[in-house]
Design a protein around this ligand. Structure first.
Ligand code: MAN
Length: 495
């Protein structure tokens, strides 16, 4: 395609790009040269429609070729060239903007500086806390290792204890054994007593036989064997079977029966005993002695402190509990508490870190400038109400009559409307309007020296539009732009 085909009023290219200055390509753009001002482009359907579109075509070129039918219909539209005047106004506006940028620049720079400092502070905090986390984590691993060792040692000890026969002989088993032994003894005692009684009766029978023989034998028969037997019998009776000896023997027998009665009552006593839990006396240990001396609570605190400083080894401090698991100050449980405490510290630090990291990584408005305004509030008394909004906080409406406060919403997002040089903050989910919608607010901030609310309107019931200024909405002021304003002008698009 040759250059002569551009703007020749014939649409050659499918996208209409060869006819930017004519309406030949319908549905495309009309180009206004706007000499002396900014060239403009207008949708083709607005060309020759009887309306001077000065905001885009200040030279009136869009209405030069008014159609015959419109002319016939009496529509005659002469759009004079207004570019010189409009350009003047435009430049004045730009100059005003420059003046505003200049006056607000010191405050804007303060915000930029503060935001950078806050972010750098967060980075530093992150680094310090990351380092601390590393230390705490390695400390935790050591403590977990110590707990594992203690658990192993305890398991080992328990194993040893369980294999010890003494450990297995529990109290009830010992009682059963004692009962069995006493049973045996009483049975054998009774047998002995029975046998003594039997022997005594046999001795008495024999004594009677010999007594009869002694009375009835004939001394005239000189029988030396009989005589000797009578003599031995009399000697035996005078020495062994004296009335005193017999009395003593009777007494002993009586006592034996009393003992037997006692023995026989033992099984009943043991049964009674079995129904009671007999406390097992514990050996006083070093720990028990210290407990007695300084008090349990203080000892426990001391043990905890020692353990935390790696100085505690519980065996020398145990104070006599059989089941280590039940003892909250057993070595394993002390280690468990230490690990728990260390874990909590790690978790708390991780939580803090994630909050700081998310704050650090967030972008607060254009160029992060709003970081410095985070949580600061702007308010203004506008007669009936005092309106307030807080950056990244909430917006409210306070009645000046009764001081009641109505929630207009919570900060939800911020966008920078570039062509309008406006910071737009949205607040959602405020208090519900009486039989109406949930309140919400839009805060629209243009460049200004200070953070200020200028005006509040309620375009729809319970929907608030807060107009204000902020140095955070200003672009950077550049001295050289004053002279370059015209050169910075670009093609203006309009749909
Ligand atoms: C209050 C204020 C007004 C709002 C009405 C709705 O008076 O919050 O802004 O329009 O309630 O009932």
């Amino acid at each position: 395609m040759s250059f002569s085909q551009v703007n020749d009023d014939i649409c050659d290219c499918p996208d209409g790009s060869d006819e930017p200055g004519t309406a030949a390509c319908s549905g495309n753009w009309f180009y206004c040269p706007n000499e002396g001002h900014i060239p403009g482009r207008l949708p083709a359907w607005r060309v020759n429609d009887g309306v001077c579109d000065y905001e885009i075509c200040c030279d009136g070129s869009d209405e030069k070729g008014l159609s015959e039918s419109l002319k016939k219909a009496g529509i005659e539209h002469k759009c004079e060239n207004r570019c010189a005047q409009m350009h003047k106004e435009y430049l004045e506006k730009l100059q005003k903007q420059q003046a505003m940028l200049k006056s607000a620049d010191a405050n804007r720079q303060k915000l930029v500086k503060k935001a950078a400092e806050l972010r750098a502070g967060l980075k530093k905090e992150l680094d310090v806390k990351m380092q601390k986390l590393g230390t705490l984590q390695s400390d935790l691993s050591k403590k977990e290792k110590a707990l594992k060792d203690a658990e192993q040692a305890q398991a080992e000890l328990l194993k040893q204890k369980k294999s010890d026969p003494k450990f297995q002989q529990k109290q009830p088993e010992l009682i059963v054994k004692a009962k069995e032994a006493l049973d045996t003894i009483s049975k054998s005692h009774r047998a002995s007593l029975d046998s003594i009684t039997k022997l005594n009766s046999e001795i008495a029978t024999l004594s009677n036989i010999i007594e009869t023989m002694k009375k009835e034998y004939n001394p005239n028969f000189n029988d030396p064997a009989v005589k000797q037997a009578i003599k031995d019998y009399e000697e035996f009776m005078s020495k062994v079977r004296t009335p005193e000896a017999q009395q003593q023997q009777q007494q002993q027998q009586q006592e034996s029966y009393t003992t037997l009665q006692m023995l026989e009552s033992v099984p009943k006593l043991v049964s009674d005993l079995e129904s009671f839990k007999v406390p097992v006396p514990k050996e006083p240990t070093l720990g028990a002695m210290i407990v007695k001396a300084i008090g349990e609570e203080r000892l426990n605190r001391f043990k905890l402190w020692l353990a935390e400083h790696g100085l505690y080894f519980s065996s020398s401090f145990s104070y006599g509990t059989d089941e280590a698991e039940d003892d909250q100050y057993s070595e394993v449980n002390i280690h468990k508490n230490i690990v728990k405490k260390a874990k909590t510290e790690v978790e708390e630090l991780e939580k803090q870190l994630s909050e700081i990291r998310s704050d650090y990584e967030s972008v607060y408005g254009p160029g992060d400038i709003l970081r410095s305004l985070k949580d600061s509030c702007v308010s203004n008394n506008l007669g009936e109400y005092v309106y307030e909004f807080c950056f990244y906080g909430g917006a409210s409406q306070k009645s000046t009559k009764d001081n009641s406060v109505v929630n207009l919403g919570k900060f939800s997002k911020v966008v920078y409307d570039d062509p309008a040089n406006t910071l737009v903050l949205e607040y959602e989910n405020g208090a519900k309007c009486w039989s109406g919608p949930i309140r919400r607010a839009t805060v629209s901030l243009t460049c200004g020296k200070n953070n200020e609310i200028l005006q509040v309107t309620e375009p729809e019931r319970c929907e608030y539009f807060i107009r204000g200024t902020s140095p955070a909405a200003c672009s950077e002021y550049r001295e050289e732009d004053n002279g370059k304003i015209e050169k910075l002008l670009t093609i203006k698009d309009e749909l």
